[in-house]
Design a protein around this ligand. Structure first.
Ligand SMILES: [Fe+2]
Length: 327
């Protein structure tokens, strides 16, 4: 048996202490704080014909296309439609015909790597590292409980988003703000855990189209005004593809939908587009029109306030397939 001298024991204790110290640091990093989520960055849609999509988003809605990326073979990989300095619609040539048009939605954070570590600590599947994309922004994908892809984006100072600040925002654009994007949700409880408990969103309103079953729940980013609209459906009845194209949508805010309608009547809507709806106040009390891109993706155009200035109280009806109360 080897006897340790006091000196050796002291050294050993010091070594143990040194090895213990980082554990408390690890404990801290094991429960990191959530960085800010300041808004909706973009929604990305697949399109069957990029030229027709350009005719809709650029010529008809009046936005500009600041930049695009090509594949190695020279074909288009992705192009951007700019709404404002922090928001875009991303257009991807479709990989498969007659499929869901929504590729992903994206939220902006002020620290993508800290968010990755935070999400990891909450058990969300994240990539091994935070990558910087071809346009110089930090980003990666996660998935919500319904499988909707949610991209986490941090605009870097030398990224193309920041470099193009103040550019590509013509007077012709119908809106300067995308207030929300809608995603399908079959399990409201799981989605609320994800968006509210993990990501820190706050529920602002819920509504029902028929007064019997809940249709929509709006959850706002924790550090801004933009929101994700959880579009509830009965997950025992799969959504028809055409329905999915309108469930998955974006909403552009306008001060006066009548003026927007009048303006858009002076422009050429691509022949492939479904006719827009009439102006009406929705269940949420806000006047709106729905337009449809050439692939049927719904672009909701809506005023920021209710038509009579009065708040519409949230619905209290249950979501589709709400679990029976257990007592
Ligand atoms: Fe909406």
């Amino acid at each position: 048996m080897t006897l340790r001298t006091p000196l050796l024991v002291g050294a050993w204790l010091a070594a143990v202490a040194a090895s213990v110290t980082p554990v408390s640091a690890q404990d801290t990093s094991a429960s990191p704080k959530r960085p800010h989520i300041t808004g909706l960055s973009h929604a990305a849609f697949y399109v069957s014909d990029v030229e027709k999509a350009r005719a809709f988003y650029k010529d008809f809605l009046g936005f500009e296309e600041p930049y695009s990326l090509k594949n190695k073979d020279g074909s288009l990989h992705l192009t951007w439609i700019k709404i404002n300095d922090r928001q875009t619609v991303e257009i991807f040539p479709e990989k498969e015909a007659n499929t869901d048009r929504l590729y992903h939605i994206a939220v902006e954070t002020d620290d993508a790597e800290a968010m990755r570590l935070y999400l990891q600590s909450k058990g969300v599947a994240v990539p091994a590292k935070t990558a910087v994309g071809q346009i110089g922004n930090a980003n990666y994908f996660i998935k919500d409980p319904d499988g909707n892809i949610v991209e986490i984006v941090e605009y870097k100072p030398d990224g193309w988003t920041a470099k193009n600040k103040g550019k590509f925002m013509p007077e012709s654009r119908v809106s300067v703000h995308m207030t929300h994007a809608g995603v399908k949700v079959g399990d409201l409880e799981a989605s609320l855990k994800f968006y509210i408990d993990v990501l820190g969103f706050k529920e602002t309103w819920r509504g029902s189209s028929n007064g019997k079953v809940l249709s929509w729940v709006n959850v706002k980013v924790p550090d801004g005004t933009d929101y994700v609209e959880l579009m509830l459906y009965d997950n025992e009845k799969p959504l028809a593809m055409e329905r999915l194209h309108t469930v998955h949508h974006i909403c552009l805010e306008v001060p006066d939908v009548t003026k927007t309608e009048q303006l858009l009547k002076t422009r050429k809507m691509p022949a492939e587009c479904k006719a827009p709806t009439e102006i009406k106040a929705g269940v949420n009390g806000k006047r709106q029109i729905n337009y449809y891109d050439p692939d049927g993706t719904r672009v909701e155009v809506m005023e920021p306030k209710t038509f009579d200035g009065k708040p519409v109280p949230p619905s209290t009806v249950p979501p589709p397939h709400a679990k029976a109360a257990t007592s």
